[in-house]
Design a protein around this ligand. Structure first.
Ligand SMILES: Cc1cc2nc3c(=O)[nH]c(=O)nc-3n(C[C@H](O)[C@H](O)[C@H](O)COP(=O)(O)OP(=O)(O)OC[C@H]3O[C@@H](n4cnc5c(N)ncnc54)[C@H](O)[C@@H]3O)c2cc1C
Length: 668
């Protein structure tokens, strides 16, 4: 903020990125401007439509579904969650409240969209374009409700640079495509999902594709890709079986006229004849687990008991130095998952026990309430010993088996592996539908609940850098993602149906993809399936570009780094002796001011959302309706703190804040 920007003076704020995070920032500035009377001019910059932005644009296929149910997401805080409530027409307007208001005729939108919303329930999974319609409505409503103290201007452009103007009236100029400069006292970076450089092995695939005239599709937001070009009847290799995989399948099946019919828990696929033959592989060899059909986003019966914020705060207070994930947090997370699994097993399958299930649970609780300093050994080995004596072999829970159901198992043909996967998918569907009555699903639900607590722990308490890098990001994250970030059960039913119909086949775990120079095509293999390699002229990377500022392609970040305004956060891996770059920008504590290359905090540049991935975990998810600022509504609280800092009724310092050591050059 400029020295001229004292109380009463208008603040000029440029918000770069007008997806959900940028929209939340605008909403917070407007609400706080109305509450404080501080005048603010907001310039919002995005080449995509403001509100939906890139990911949620309304012109995309309705077959792209959210992986969070209607009752989950929101772009505005609930009343009382933040110090200042939203402007009146937006109060309480989560996606689900908006949907109900449309259904009740209180809000008018396109008739087809309204009819679609009427057919939904709180537990339906909205299409992404429908969430975009909601975001558009939030922005429109916000515009109409702006207080006289706030002005909002949207620019359909890309920001390409931020320049410090020293003693000028406004500290920054934001340069946008087309050459215009937007003066600003504060700049909010809400850049979200950015494109990224390919890995060396992916670049080889690009080169091979160019040499042999093949079709290679790098990681992308699915709505950016023209799926029509994948020819009917031809083999298409697909790497990745997460959410983007479901998107690819939807486009080449239902998107081409195929139809599903329901047969009990299963579905049957009726092909249109225009489908390609998909051969998919991923590290685990199986897709993400289906979301359980619980009453809400969380399972009522899987609330954290051991891994709570209070427990971790107490632990942190007793611990000298920083906590570590494996030593301090994972044991508590694991205890909860174990407890929930066996509680449901005891209730639904008493025959799975060789002793009285209730007595077993009491003994288990006693073990879980203890630690590693017990005379009979660490709690985990005592729990294992107890399970070994009380639970029928094969009915115990194993984290390794959960994560990789085919770990160490070889198959002698593609058909044998496909049969095993389809069986796994059917069981997954059964468990997801059984929901609170399925022990495995409840262990997963427990991990999901812990994940939310973990986000707060990591942001507010923190763990040591080496643990963040090696234990959290490398090990726990892929494990928990595959279990808890999965698609609606419908998608797994559809996948099993497609496999039965022969439209989808599976390559096997740990797949390798390369260009076969002799055959002039791609080839996919798995070390676990002893069958012919799969050859194809098409290879799809079914994943979004990684969220990693070292690899992201952003002329804006490159320019800002060149001008010394941002840097990548370095993680100390060995007691401050060695560092490794993280995936996120370096920032101060909330309100997350950017840390410059010289180590000083840049007073008027704030970071929100995905580029905070070095100080927050699980940044790519919508804010949760009905959640507290500490937990699911954290991203809204982050935006609120930025608005509070910028609109504070005091003359802000105009110069940079002091430097701190440890700068690490950005990879850009
Ligand atoms: C395909 C996909 C599906 C998802 N599905 C779900 C889901 O079902 N549920 C859920 O909770 N989360 C989902 N997410 C996670 C997602 O991260 C968040 O829900 C949310 O979109 C994050 O909002 P954001 O504003 O930070 O990022 P984004 O939505 O990516 O928006 C960032 C905006 O910044 C703009 N931008 C970037 N650089 C510049 C620049 N230099 N100048 C101007 N503008 C710029 C972009 O154009 C974009 O519009 C999904 C993400 C993806 C990619």
């Amino acid at each position: 903020m400029s020295a001229a920007g004292g109380a009463g003076a208008e603040r000029r704020v440029v918000v770069i990125g007008a997806g959900p995070r940028g929209l939340s920032a605008v909403e917070r500035f407007a609400a706080r401007s109305a509450a404080t009377g501080t005048r603010v001019r907001l310039d919002v910059v995005d080449p995509f439509p403001p509100g939906p932005g890139h990911v949620w644009r309304t012109d995309q296929s309705p077959l792209y579904l959210m992986n969070t149910p209607s009752l989950f997401p929101t772009a505005v805080p609930d009343d009382g969650v933040l110090p200042v409530d939203p402007l009146p027409p937006l109060r309480g307007m989560s996606f689900e409240r908006w949907r109900l208001a449309v259904v009740a005729g209180e809000i008018t939108i396109d008739a087809d969209d309204a009819a679609h919303l009427t057919r939904m329930t709180p537990r339906s999974y909205p299409s992404r374009r429908m969430y975009g319609v909601y975001l558009e409505w939030v922005l429109r409503t916000l515009r109409e409700a702006l207080p006289p103290t706030a002005e909002l201007h949207a620019h359909r452009a890309e920001a390409v640079g931020v320049h410090v103007r020293g003693q000028a009236r406004h500290r920054y100029d934001v340069e946008i495509s087309g050459g215009q400069n937007l003066p600003a006292d504060a700049v909010v970076l809400a850049l979200g999902h950015l494109d990224a450089d390919l890995r060396p092995d992916q670049k080889e695939l690009v080169d091979g594709a160019a040499e042999f005239g093949l079709d290679y599709r790098p990681p992308a937001v699915p709505a950016d890709v023209h799926w029509d070009a994948l020819p009917a009847g031809e083999t298409v290799l697909v790497r990745g079986m997460g959410l983007n995989f479901c998107d690819v399948l939807a486009q080449v099946t239902e998107g081409r006229g195929g139809i599903y019919t329901q047969e009990g828990e299963r579905m049957r696929y009726h092909p249109s004849g225009r489908e390609p033959v998909i051969v998919a592989g991923s590290r685990r060899g199986v897709p993400y687990r289906a979301k359980g059909e619980f009453g809400g986003y969380y399972a009522d019966g899987a609330r954290p008991h051991h891994f709570t914020l209070e427990a971790v705060r107490a632990l942190a207070a007793r611990t000298r130095g920083k906590l570590s994930f494996d030593a301090d947090l994972w044991p508590l997370i694991r205890k909860d998952a174990v407890r929930h699994y066996y509680a449901v097993l005891a209730r639904t399958a008493p025959e799975a026990f060789e002793t009285d299930p209730q007595r077993f649970l009491q003994e288990l609780d006693a073990v879980l309430a203890s630690g590693d300093d017990h005379p009979e050994g660490p709690w985990a080995s005592r729990a294992e010993a107890l399970v070994a004596t009380a639970v029928v072999p094969g009915r115990n829970i194993s984290a390794a088996r959960l994560a990789r159901p085919f770990e160490g198992v070889s198959f002698d043909s593609h058909d044998a592996f496909a049969a095993a996967v389809v069986h796994h998918l059917d069981r997954d569907v059964h468990g997801a539908l059984a929901a609170e009555d399925d022990p495995v699903r409840m262990a997963i639900a427990s991990l999901n609940a812990s994940r939310t607590v973990l986000k707060a722990v990591l942001a507010d308490i923190g763990i040591d850098d080496a643990s963040w890098h090696d234990e959290l990001r490398r090990s726990f994250e892929p494990f928990v993602e595959g279990l808890t970030s999965g698609p609606p059960v419908l998608r797994i039913q559809q996948l099993a149906a497609l496999a039965r119909a022969g439209v989808v086949r599976f390559l096997g775990p740990d797949p390798q993809f390369r260009v076969d120079e002799e055959a002039g095509c791609f080839v996919g293999t798995s070390p676990w399936v002893q069958d012919e390699p799969v050859h194809a002229r098409h290879l799809v990377e079914a994943m979004s570009p990684p969220n990693d500022v070292r690899r992201n392609i952003s002329p804006l970040l490159t320019s800002m780094h060149r001008e010394g305004l941002v840097r990548v956060r370095a993680l100390d891996t060995v007691d401050g002796v060695a560092t490794v770059p993280s995936t996120g920008l370096d920032v101060t504590a909330a309100p997350y001011r950017a840390v410059r290359v010289d180590g000083g905090a840049e007073p008027g540049i704030f970071v929100l959302g995905l580029q905070l991935s070095a100080v927050q975990w699980g940044v790519a998810i919508a804010a949760e309706a009905g959640a507290s600022a500490e937990l699911g509504a954290r991203t809204l609280a982050d935006a609120d703190r930025v608005a509070e800092a910028v609109l504070a009724p005091r003359p802000a310092r105009s110069g940079p804040l002091p430097a701190r050591p440890g700068a690490l050059p950005s990879g850009e």
